[in-house]
Design a protein around this ligand. Structure first.
Ligand code: FMN
Length: 336
């Protein structure tokens, strides 16, 4: 499939997840295969245009992640156009606009999902961006703001007319946050109505569900929490799409993933650390917090997962964390 002129090797993608889908995580998922697109964590257009270093770090990516989409949030057409130009200058393949974030801190600034409440303004944002850059501009939205305002079908058409090259729809309202279930019928109706590719998002926790959703008429599926629980899920969906059984993932594979993640994180965001002498230790703390954040998803559904989660959350050093991972995931492998 294609988004504008950008070829995607697979219709399955890692959904953007703030705090989770950093470059290290995306690289590891991508290496397993089956992943056609990765999207960065959301980045503030305001901060991008002001050149705030920390914001630029959220947008960092490596060549092996291509095609790469950088997601920005904001509500001012001129600023969003300027931010899109910065994203294009950073070499991204696609710039994505967040119209789905329900968090008040974002929504109150007329960004994220609150843009859905002003569809004409949202369309102006997209028009300003598509005039400013050559790379495709895409939009990620929810079903609507609340039950009374489920306007994704209307907004989708408006942003298509404004020049968006693809959209993604998470079939819940902002008011629902993550409760209830994603409305894939709504997503399918939007896909049938639009000429541009439509991605669906929501509640794919097993590779079989990704294949079922693809069959509902969308061109692609964005998988969020399912990837945090099982980073192989896109590769397994690709196996199924080829008529093969989904590859099996051993406990050892799962342990190695965490150790590899730690290994990559040690080279990321090194600027987060204050000056020496505490430098090394402070960066370790950042890595530990990243593993804790992933651990809360990654341990779900595992035998003994909740004990592991508690142990990860109380680990005080990387050495302790590595030992825990070794004992839980790799002990039987090294004995065998
Ligand atoms: C921890 C977390 C962070 C998220 N951050 C973003 C984000 O930055 N931008 C965005 O468009 N969606 C974000 N989402 C929404 C996901 O991209 C996705 O649409 C949603 O989780 C539904 O898909 P899932 O059921 O496969 O997780 C986030 C979701 C989670 C769980």
């Amino acid at each position: 499939m294609k988004i504008g002129a950008v070829d995607l090797p697979s219709p399955f993608a890692i959904a953007p997840m703030a705090g989770m889908t950093d470059t290290a995580f995306r690289r590891l998922v991508k290496r397993h295969g089956g992943c056609g697109l990765v999207v960065t964590e959301m980045v503030s257009a305001e901060a991008l245009t002001r050149g705030i270093d920390r914001t630029l770090e959220y947008a960092e990516y490596t060549e092996e992640e291509r095609p790469i989409s950088i997601q920005i949030f904001g509500g001012d057409p001129a600023k969003m156009a300027a931010a899109a130009q910065i994203v294009e200058g950073m070499g991204a393949d696609i710039v994505d606009v967040n119209m789905g974030c329900p968090v008040p801190k974002i929504a109150k600034h007329n960004a994220g999902c609150s843009l859905m409440r002003e569809p004409a303004h949202a369309a102006r944002v997209i028009a300003a961006m598509t005039h400013a850059v050559r790379i495709p501009v895409t939009v990620k939205m929810r079903a609507g703001w609340n039950e009374e305002e489920r306007n994704a079908p209307t907004l989708a058409k408006m942003v298509e007319d404004a020049g968006a090259a693809a959209i993604a729809v998470h079939g819940r309202t902002a008011a629902q946050s993550y409760s209830g279930s994603a409305d894939w019928d709504l997503v399918a109706r939007i896909a049938a109505d639009l000429a541009i590719p439509v991605f669906g998002s929501g509640d794919c926790l097993e590779p079989e569900q990704i294949i079922e959703r693809l069959a509902s008429g969308v061109e692609g599926v964005l998988v969020g929490r399912g990837v945090l629980r099982n980073p192989w899920i896109l590769a397994q969906a690709a196996d199924l799409a080829r008529g093969l059984p989904p590859r099996s993932v051993t406990l050892e594979d799962r342990g190695r993933f965490l150790l590899d993640y730690i290994g990559l994180l040690l080279h990321e965001r090194v600027r987060e650390a204050p000056a020496a002498p505490a430098e090394g230790r402070s960066h370790d703390r950042w890595v530990i917090n990243k593993i804790r954040a992933l651990g809360s998803w990654y341990t779900k559904g595992l035998d003994g997962g909740s004990q592991l989660r508690i142990a990860i959350n109380s680990a005080q050093s990387l050495a302790e964390l590595r030992d825990l991972i070794g004992a839980f995931f790799l002990a039987s492998a090294s004995v065998a």
